[in-house]
Design a protein. Structure first.
Length: 300
């Protein structure tokens, strides 16, 4: 039992680390796809500007050739006097300069359109490559999670219950330890987290029926008006850091190096945690994991 429990704990930590890496890649894919979408819109706009500039040049050339007087020969034949001839020549010079400006604009816009399309194609290829990596990571998480389930299934029902109880604070016991948060924003986060206890753990999930660790804390603190990323290691950079002795309801506690788990305090030595599929969203005693403590933050 001790050997299997040790293996289960190790698999659970590995799975959570994999899930957090999946979340990081997922965020990167969304960011890359958004950048690719912007670049594609810029490329389309640049192509449209190129077509408009080319149309302006065509209109200028057509107008020039349709006017008989707007040529050196035409000006000489139609001018009444020397001044009118000079005026036409001046106009012809302006038309020539205008045409040159339009040509320069066309060249610039064409180069911009080509560069924009090249950028869009590159970003799209990068997004597709990251999406493929994301799919690979998802399959790896599912494979490792199945190993955990298979190993857990080797235990008897009583042993499985004992394993779950060793990693969980019973709700009836937890209720008496729930505390009040220091302010309304933190209390909103605490109330939300408590309401999720008993729901399922699913990696990369952020509610309403299932969560992973950073998905739970992200959604909890959304109720308190704080916009957190769906990634434990990134959430660590929000708010101000506090020591274990300062922990209060609403604070986030981070575990392992590198950081791959986060849970939210709801009372003295009591937190709500989402760690693996078999235990779901549950109450835990953070003091039992102080050997893995990586830090804590206060967001309000």
């Amino acid at each position: 039992m001790a050997e299997v429990t040790a293996k289960l704990d190790k698999l659970a930590k590995q799975n959570e680390a994999l899930a957090e890496r999946y979340n990081a890649t997922s965020a990167a894919v969304k960011k890359q796809q958004a950048a690719a979408d912007v670049a594609q819109r810029e490329a389309l706009a640049a192509a449209g500007n190129f077509d408009k500039a080319r149309a302006r040049l065509s209109a200028t050339v057509i107008a020039e050739y349709e006017s008989a007087s707007f040529s050196h020969a035409g000006a000489l034949l139609t001018s009444k006097d020397g001044q009118s001839y000079l005026d036409v020549l001046s106009t012809l010079s302006l038309i020539s300069s205008h045409r040159a400006e339009i040509l320069a604009q066309i060249n610039a816009v064409h180069a911009q359109a080509q560069a924009a399309q090249k950028k869009a194609s590159k970003l799209l290829a990068q997004a597709q490559a990251q999406a493929a990596a994301l799919d690979k990571q998802k399959k790896q998480v599912q494979t490792e999670t199945q190993k955990f389930k298979d190993l857990l299934a080797t235990l008897t029902a009583a042993q499985q219950t004992a394993y779950a109880d060793s990693n969980t604070v019973p709700p009836a016991e937890a209720i008496s330890h729930i505390g009040r948060a220091p302010n309304a924003r933190a209390q909103a986060a605490v109330d939300y987290a408590i309401a999720q206890v008993g729901k399922a753990y699913v990696f990369a999930a952020a509610g309403p029926d299932a969560f992973d660790c950073s998905g739970l804390t992200m959604m909890a603190w959304e109720q308190g008006g704080v916009d957190l990323p769906h990634l434990a290691s990134a959430q660590y950079d929000y708010g101000r850091h506090v020591s274990p002795s300062e922990l209060a309801p609403g604070d986030l506690v981070f575990l392992y190096q590198p950081i791959s788990h986060v849970e939210i305090m709801v009372g003295p030595d009591l937190a709500v945690s989402a760690a693996d599929e078999n235990l779901g969203i549950r109450y835990v005693h953070p003091s039992q994991d102080m050997q893995d403590f990586a830090g804590a933050t206060r967001l309000a």
